[in-house]
Design a protein around this ligand. Structure first.
Ligand code: KIV
Length: 265
């Protein structure tokens, strides 16, 4: 397997090949994902929810994201490694955006992702001008949860749908190499995908995007209920972990583990 690069990812859309992206937050999990040959590993700021037990991603800091980028990068050989820029790491100024994106690259990332609205288009332009590829993220942007008043499907009315189509074009125009479409109606996601040259990567955006992303803990069934409608669990790791932990607990309590076989002479 060869290293996945930004040009490879853009090419995939032209060849009509689906792009697969999965989040990771540590080296061991990243290594398992990498060895399956998926295209992109995302160090998502979803680590706020998944790893840190927060209700939203707003408190996640640059230092935390860079730390997780560094440890994930040690488990990755071939997948492209993208890191999420956390809340307030790019909103205040172009300088912030460039410097913080640079910290990710020094930590091992090969591109950064930013949640975009009309006010931050120029952050994409500035970061990619500095030589750092940018993935945009539109639709439901979890960093705007306070403004949205919760996690709601976006682009349901005509005005909002038109706005998202224009926003996607602006993101492409500013130099992004791909765009995450989160929680929007599938017909709108299809229209956006057909309106731009760069790949769209969907999460809760239906089957017509150029690729799909899932949070690893959701995919393997580690996340507690309730899970969003768009998540498909491919395993129930929560159940498997609980079962093995209970067996260990019982064997220790009953004097079965450790046996002489697990002991040194
Ligand atoms: O933070 C994250 O994990 C994400 C993906 C769900 C796209 O932004």
């Amino acid at each position: 397997m060869e290293k996945v690069t930004v040009p490879n990812i853009i090419e995939k859309k032209k060849r009509n090949e689906k792009i697969v992206m999965i989040t990771a937050y540590d080296a061991a999990t990243a290594n398992v994902i990498d060895e399956t040959g998926i295209d992109i590993i995302l160090v998502g700021d979803s680590l706020g929810n998944v790893i840190q037990g927060l209700n939203n991603t707003l408190p996640v800091t640059m230092d935390e994201m860079v730390y997780h980028t560094k440890i994930v990068s040690r488990g990755v050989r071939n997948a492209h490694l993208c890191s999420d820029m956390p809340f307030m790491s790019y909103q205040a100024s172009r300088e912030d955006a460039i410097r913080n994106a640079g910290r990710f690259v020094k930590g091992g990332a090969e591109s950064v992702k930013i949640e975009i609205n009309e006010n931050y288009i120029e952050a994409i332009y500035a970061i990619q001008k500095a030589g750092i590829p940018v993935m945009g993220h539109i639709g439901l942007c979890p960093q705007s949860v306070l403004l949205m008043g919760g996690y709601k499907v976006q682009g349901r009315n005509v005005r909002e749908a038109k706005r998202l189509i224009e926003l996607a074009k602006a993101v492409e125009h500013a130099g992004a190499y791909s765009i995450v479409l989160e929680s929007i109606p599938w017909k709108l996601a299809k229209k956006i995908t057909e309106s731009i040259e760069i790949p769209t990567i969907g999460i809760g955006a239906g089957p017509h995007c150029d690729g799909q992303v899932l949070v690893i803990n959701d995919l393997v069934g580690l996340s507690p209920e309730p899970i969003p409608k768009f998540v498909k669990r491919y395993a129930n790791l929560r159940e498997i972990m609980a079962k093995s932990i209970k067996e260990f607990r019982d064997e220790v309590r009953d004097g079965i583990f450790p046996s002489i076989n697990h002991s040194y002479n």
